[in-house]
Write a protein that binds this ligand. Sequence first.
Ligand code: MG
Ligand code: ZN
Length: 186
Amino acid sequence: MSPATFPGAFLDRDGTINMDAGYVAKPEDLEFTPGAVEAILTLNSHGYKVTVVTNQSGIARGFHTEADVHAFHTEMSRQLADSGAHIDRYYHCPHHTEGTVPPYNIECDCRKPGDAMYRRAIADLAIDPSKSIAIGDKVTDLIPAIALGATATLIVPKDRLENPLPEEEPFQRVETLQLAVKRFLA
Ligand SMILES: [Mg+2]
Ligand SMILES: [Zn+2]
């Protein structure tokens, strides 16, 4: 195994990189959130291994297939490449206990807040979690990464930025992926 040397970015997909209309799957429905492409390019240029870590229970629920998810990621990479940006690797969890499609309707250790996708990314890409950031629009995107030693930022709508914060929230809150990256690298 190679030594863990690279800083990494663990990015949630729906609602973080792309607009989340609910079970987004068709390549033509891909719409980046404002500044997302620039944020990924910034991470690339700073030497970060950029990973997408996404729960895709729509597969277990029969809404779409693994092939659909791969096609969506291919389109995402194609559009990013137009701007010189790239995702180093995509990880998705196809499972859900309430799914209807075997073999996906099981309890697994990859569905967030499970940490299996993060561990796989760390091993595959020689990522040092302590030099890394996780960014997502749900606390469950952040919990596993924080436990592994990463810094974390929650993307929230502007009107929730100033919500009464629990005393010691283990992550920052900002409005966009781009701001999260900017602040982390500052
Ligand atoms: Mg999300
Ligand atoms: Zn899973």
